[in-house]
Design a protein around this ligand. Structure first.
Ligand code: ATP
Length: 232
């Protein structure tokens, strides 16, 4: 039997003094999956990501990430949060932001080891942002910033990458470029991506789960006739 990289069993969760977001949900994600989480606003997609990251704890049930507690997965679990507009004015270069991705890997007080520096450079190259490395973050376009946020997550060499609406603020062409990048990175890294764009999702994901307080698998073949769609 193949061991899931993320295993969610009989999980229930509510925020304090709020209605239940999830009751008794189950989900298994396998190594190499490109899993898309779709669903209506407020359905629980971000909450599900936070449960997988160990930022929230289930009221009931079990979540295992790489056969461990989620908050013990450390740098194996990378996270690209929803595009945060407040980062745009930070007086920081692209390389400095990507270097933050190494902080969880033992780099302290920005004292970077030669290995840290190599991983930062590799993340910049993998995301096509190496030629932007010395530029200020504030000077970049939305699509370039999104790539830099992905580079920051990649710098930690995660086995699993979680992305919360990585193309929400991008035009169609820039969004497709980001998904092309994610598909390339998916050769090494399991992808879990929240998206509202069904057409794009059907083209890139091999599994789709609709999150609406419960988790429903969507049969991809019925979602698209696109011959390029990846069905694994
Ligand atoms: N910190 C919080 N405290 C209380 N309730 C919350 C909190 N965060 C989210 N919720 C509620 O939990 C539910 C799920 O929210 P969540 O953000 O996970 O949905 P989502 O599917 O990611 O939505 P969207 O597509 O709008 O980003 C919503 O009803 C939301 O109001």
């Amino acid at each position: 039997m193949i061991m899931p990289v993320v295993d969610i069993k009989a999980v229930s969760f509510s925020y304090p003094q709020s209605q239940k977001v999830f009751e008794d949900v189950n989900l298994s994600i396998l190594k190499g999956d490109f899993l898309a989480l779709i669903g209506p606003n407020g359905g629980g997609k971000t909450t599900l990501l936070k449960l997988m990251l160990g930022l929230l704890k289930p009221d009931q049930g079990i979540i295992r990430v790489l056969d461990n507690e989620p908050d013990h997965a450390g740098p194996n679990l990378g996270y690209v949060p929803q595009f945060a507009s407040h980062i745009q004015d930070f007086p920081i270069t692209v390389r400095q932001l990507v270097a933050q991705g190494r902080l969880n890997c033992g780099a302290h007080n920005f004292w970077l080891t030669p290995t840290d520096k190599i991983q930062i450079q590799q993340a910049l190259v993998a995301t096509g942002t190496d030629d932007l490395a010395e530029r200020s973050l504030a000077q970049l376009s939305g699509g370039q910033k999104q790539r830099v946020l992905i580079a920051r997550a990649l710098a930690a060499e995660p086995q699993i990458l979680l992305l919360d609406e990585p193309t929400a603020h991008l035009d169609t062409s820039s969004g497709l470029k980001i998904f092309d990048l994610l598909a390339k990175l998916n050769q090494q890294t399991t992808m879990i991506v929240v998206s509202h764009d069904l057409e794009v999702v059907s083209r890139y994901a091999n599994k789709v789960v609709c999150v609406d307080h419960c988790l429903n698998w969507q049969p991809l073949k019925k979602m698209t006739n696109n011959p390029d769609a990846r069905h694994r």
